[in-house]
Design a protein around this ligand. Structure first.
Ligand code: ZN
Length: 239
């Protein structure tokens, strides 16, 4: 039996790699066999998906229905709000996104929720890849609605030469120092014209995280970051 990486119950639910509402936001019309969206699965060429219900759009079952449902619903919901806002807005790199314009007076709680939505995506990606990383702190934060001190987010324009209907969740990029200790694990989540970089690190001394934010260090504003992701290490790729 596979256990839910968040609460240890039986894992009977697979989170969407890209949230269904995000796929809808970036699409015009419905996907069908004749007008499919594309999903890139690990190590394989992208394959066409004819329906938003397709199993290929989901991670392997690594969490339980409760964690994927009522526990994380507020997190999904806060990301929906921000994602919808981003899909209609237009920002240059370096520009500030004012959180009260997105969330009204409740931006602190909503920003923690957004952070935890990506904690869930990251944990599911790690779980599925078989990459060895202790997810206990992430799980605890998701269960207790606290931000995770090892998780950093950056929001940026995609600038990938693709159309605005391109959605993707990347493989996990891992970097280690000379002693083999993990420097960071990084994935990105692309919905059309914008992308969220997700970095997990408990060893940030030499990392450039200037454009990244955490819910505790954000003064009601997020800077839209640049498209480059360079940390001066030779990364290895997993999954
Ligand atoms: Zn669970």
């Amino acid at each position: 039996m596979t256990k839910c990486w968040i609460c240890n119950a039986q894992a009977n639910s697979g989170e969407h790699r890209i949230k269904k509402s995000d796929l809808k936001l970036s699409m015009s019309g419905k996907p069908s066999q004749t007008s499919p969206i594309y999903h890139r699965s690990n190590g394989e060429n992208k394959r066409p998906i004819g329906s938003l219900k397709a199993e290929a759009l989901k991670f392997n079952k690594s969490i339980c229905a409760n964690c994927n449902g009522s526990l994380s619903q507020p997190y999904d919901y806060s990301w929906d709000i921000l994602s919808t806002y981003l899909s209609t807005a237009s920002f240059n790199t370096g520009e500030e996104l004012e959180l009260n314009k997105v969330f009204g007076n409740d931006s602190d709680a909503n920003l923690i929720n957004v952070h935890l939505f990506f904690a869930k995506i990251f944990g599911c990606a790690v779980s599925e890849s078989g990459f060895s990383l202790d997810l206990e702190i992430l799980a605890e934060c998701i269960k207790t609605n606290m931000y995770c001190p090892h998780l950093y987010l950056k929001i940026r324009n995609s600038e990938n030469g693709k159309t605005d209907s391109y959605c993707a969740l990347s493989d996990i990029q891992v970097s280690r120092d000379e002693s083999g200790k993990l420097q960071y694990a990084h994935i990105y989540y692309t919905v059309g014209k914008y992308t969220v970089d997700i970095v997990y690190s408990d060893n940030i001394v030499d990392l450039d995280l200037v454009e990244f934010f955490q819910p505790n260090n954000t003064s009601q504003k997020i800077i839209i970051g640049g498209a480059e992701y360079t940390q001066g290490y030779q990364p290895e790729y997993t999954s």
